[in-house]
Design a protein around this ligand. Structure first.
Ligand SMILES: [Zn+2]
Length: 413
């Protein structure tokens, strides 16, 4: 169906990654960094140029746009979503994308730092992509295919559908979000304004993967209160919260229950931050499992370990606060099986063998699902994400566009 179309995904990804859009976890603003809007403004202009007249950037940093229906009958409103920000874990300043045309399978040595080598040994999926055009960064930064590959796919889809009115589809809403990488991507989405029945994020990796299951996630904040005293006159008085925190950390299991010791369907408990002084020390944990009911079990176990440690320090006490972060989208998708079924059918129509897999993390879609928009995640080809070894196959992005076209026509009936 889409054979004679000259895809724009490569050119778009190369251009979009050069706009710095790193999100900032230490900022309280919405969006967390103003420079994310630079890319969003660019996208709005390009959507206008495609004839998508309602494209707009709102005050919170969201881009909303509509590919209008070209059929008579009413069908569900679809949404395609991607995030414009890049991860704070790795520099995203002055990204210099490189296109390795018809890549031959040899090691890719990045020119600005020859110690950064992208090889099939370290990235097994790459060996399936020999002969593809591969885009990488130059060695000093991440690439930002996470998730500008998703952005490029949706923009190319918009261009294709606007230029091919013979391809029949219902109303399609486009949503570009900021701040996904710091877990705040959908905080200020106006669901009424979005007005979609279900959707798909374009933020997955390998061709053929279809992600309908995510972690369920809580955050735990622990405050350990010691007793402060002048150290010169502290005998029998001082109770040092730092030492209690150290003993507590040491009491955690060392061979299980942590990200570095788990994979597949296993959950974990992970300390992410510690700060404080003798009087009060604060520890932050993230709690993750695919089964929501296990979060509570983990939290109880964590608190029991803490309680036993603190009990050994007379005068000390603690606070233990749990905050819900997001939930496994499967709980919602199971009530709307057609959403995964449509995607699966679209993969097959695009000649792919769909593989339903679960994410060891969350996406904007996890939270959107619980906000009323069931929203699994589709592959884009973005791989080696959050690192200087990030890469993306142009042919994978083009395949993702094809999948989205099929989803659009399937929904049109
Ligand atoms: Zn992403």
């Amino acid at each position: 169906m889409i054979n004679n179309y000259q895809h724009t995904v490569a050119e778009r990804l190369m251009r979009y990654v050069q706009v710095e859009t790193q999100s900032n976890p230490f900022s309280e603003t919405q969006p967390s960094s103003e420079n994310q809007k630079d890319l969003s403004r660019m996208l709005v202009t390009e959507l206008h140029e495609l004839g998508i007249t309602d494209a707009e950037l709102d005050e919170h940093g969201y881009v909303y746009a509509t590919i209008p229906s070209n059929i008579e009958q009413e069908v569900p409103v679809l949404c395609f979503c991607a995030h414009v920000d890049t991860a704070p874990d790795c520099s995203g300043t002055n990204v210099k994308p490189i296109l390795h045309q018809k890549w031959d399978g040899s090691d890719i040595v990045l020119p600005d730092d020859s110690s950064i080598v992208i090889s099939t040994k370290k990235h097994p999926y790459l060996s399936e992509r020999i002969g593809d055009d591969i885009i990488t960064a130059s060695g000093l930064t991440l690439l930002g295919a996470d998730d500008k590959a998703g952005v490029a796919v949706i923009m190319d889809l918009a261009e294709y559908l606007m230029k091919h009115p013979e391809v029949k589809h219902g109303k399609i809403r486009i949503l570009f979000t900021p701040d996904e990488e710091i877990g705040r991507g959908v905080n200020a989405v106006d669901m009424n304004k979005l007005g979609a029945d279900f959707g798909y994020t374009l933020d997955g990796g390998e061709r053929g993967h279809l992600e309908g299951e995510s972690f369920s996630a809580d955050g735990v904040t622990i405050r350990i209160h010691g007793v402060s005293a002048h150290p010169g006159y502290a005998k029998g008085k001082l109770v040092n919260a730092l030492k209690i925190a150290g003993q507590f950390m040491d009491a955690l299991p060392k061979d299980s229950w942590s990200p570095e010791m788990t994979e597949g369907s296993e959950g974990f408990v992970h300390p992410i931050h510690i700060s404080g002084a003798a009087e009060i020390t604060t520890l932050q944990f993230i709690i993750r499992d695919h089964k929501t009911e296990l979060l509570h079990v983990y939290e109880e176990r964590l608190e029991n370990i803490l309680k036993d440690v603190v009990a050994q320090w007379p005068g000390a006490r603690y606070e233990f606060t749990v905050k819900e972060q997001y939930r496994n989208m499967k709980e919602i998708l199971d009530t709307r099986p057609e959403v995964m079924d449509i995607a699966e059918k679209a993969y097959e129509q695009a000649g792919l063998n769909p593989q339903r897999i679960s994410i060891r993390g969350g996406t904007d879609g996890s939270r959107l699902s619980f906000m009323g928009l069931p929203c699994p995640n589709i592959f884009t080809g973005e791989m080696g994400i959050h690192s200087k070894e990030e890469y993306c196959s142009v042919q994978d992005m083009a395949k993702a566009v094809e999948v989205c076209v099929h989803i659009s026509t399937i929904v049109a009936g």
